[in-house]
Design a protein around this ligand. Structure first.
Ligand code: SAM
Length: 326
């Protein structure tokens, strides 16, 4: 097992996963080819449906086998294939969630507009499973600063940072600009993986990704102080990942806590860390004022090297009707 740790391996994921001992990694995450004729460098993304599903069943089985009893199994795909995956996985793992990642895709014609991908979340042993509730920042109107959601009479019990994350994720966008992409047709955003990692692992835990692409999972693991094993069949993608992984530094911690950032904004925190994080935020004295007053991170944060820097907290903002009307 040691020989695989923090390695980005060039090869076939089935062959390689078969060499990994059972019950040995904390999390397995797979973002396989979707059989949608995507233009990968080497992989041909159009198989006969039955052959595609047989192949998926083989690597899904390996993912569950190598995951520790305390571990989690995540699989990202379009809903059509996830319906089959769930059927396979129900045989040898326990269903936790179907996470709907709200990320509009191209119109397909004569269908409802596909507007989400799914992430299946299974666990190996529900009693032993490691799981941390997570929170995202309140969404606010960009103009008036008010919360977009009306909490009515529940304002007094609002969490100052933001709500618990549900099984619908609409606050993480796909990579929009080519300048932020590698030469890969379906690269995921790093903070999507960071959210899964904060939810299911501790410091130093190991995440294995059998379809690493250009290294999203490796980068997320490195930024959050976790270990990774990455596999891809394409040598160019492996080279890109190795280069990125070698250069990646951990995120600065806030106090002693890992959080997920995207362009200086906090995207996800683990709920269990809030008491440790709280002193680094300026919170309105009357929690009811969270309605119109942002909490701000303005105090010094400790980086891993013991230096300090300013925490820049910008909460995700959108326009509400007051803006649209003007
Ligand atoms: C959807 S992409 C993964 C993208 C990745 N999540 C990212 O963010 O960059 C699927 C990847 O699976 C790889 N692949 C296809 N067949 C494979 C196999 N048998 N073993 C390992 N990797 C494979 C492809 O080269 C492709 O990079």
């Amino acid at each position: 097992m040691e020989k695989f740790l923090n390695q980005i391996i060039h090869g076939d994921c089935l062959e390689l996963m078969r060499q990994v001992p059972s019950d040995s990694v904390d999390v397995t995450f797979a973002d396989p080819p979707f059989n949608l004729k995507k233009k990968y460098n080497t992989y041909e993304d159009h198989r006969d449906e039955a052959a595609y599903l047989d192949w998926c069943q083989e690597w899904l089985f390996e993912m569950v086998r190598i995951t520790k009893p305390s571990g989690s199994i995540f699989v990202h795909n379009i809903p059509k294939w996830l319906t089959y995956y769930a059927g396979f996985l129900n045989e040898f793992a326990t269903f936790r969630h179907w996470i709907a990642w709200d990320a509009p895709t191209a119109p397909m014609g004569k269908t409802l507009q596909p507007s989400h991908y799914g992430i299946l979340f299974y666990v190996k042993d529900p009693k032993a499973n490691k799981f941390y509730e997570i929170r995202y920042p309140h969404k606010r109107c960009r103009k008036c600063g008010y919360l977009l959601k009306d909490y009515g009479g529940k304002k007094k019990i609002l969490h100052p940072f933001g709500p618990l994350v549900s099984d619908t994720w609409s606050d993480i966008h796909r990579i929009r600009h080519n300048k932020h992409r590698d030469a890969h047709p379906c690269q995921l955003p790093v903070h999507l993986l960071e959210r899964l990692i904060l939810m299911s692992t501790d410091d130093g835990d190991v995440i294995l990704d059998p379809f690493m692409g250009t290294g999203t999972t490796a980068v997320a693991a490195a930024r959050l102080g976790r270990s990774v094993i990455g596999i891809d069949v394409d040598s160019d993608y492996v080279d890109i990942t190795r280069r990125k992984f070698a250069q990646e530094a951990p995120h600065p911690k806030i106090g002693d806590v890992w959080v997920s950032f995207y362009r200086g904004e906090i995207v996800t925190i683990a709920d269990k860390d809030w008491e440790l994080l709280k002193p680094y935020f300026v919170i309105p004295e009357d929690v009811k004022h969270i309605d119109f007053e942002k909490i701000r991170g303005g105090r010094a944060i400790a980086t891993p090297k013991g230096q300090t820097s300013q925490l820049h907290l910008e909460i995700q903002e959108e326009y509400c009707e007051c803006y649209e009307a003007t």
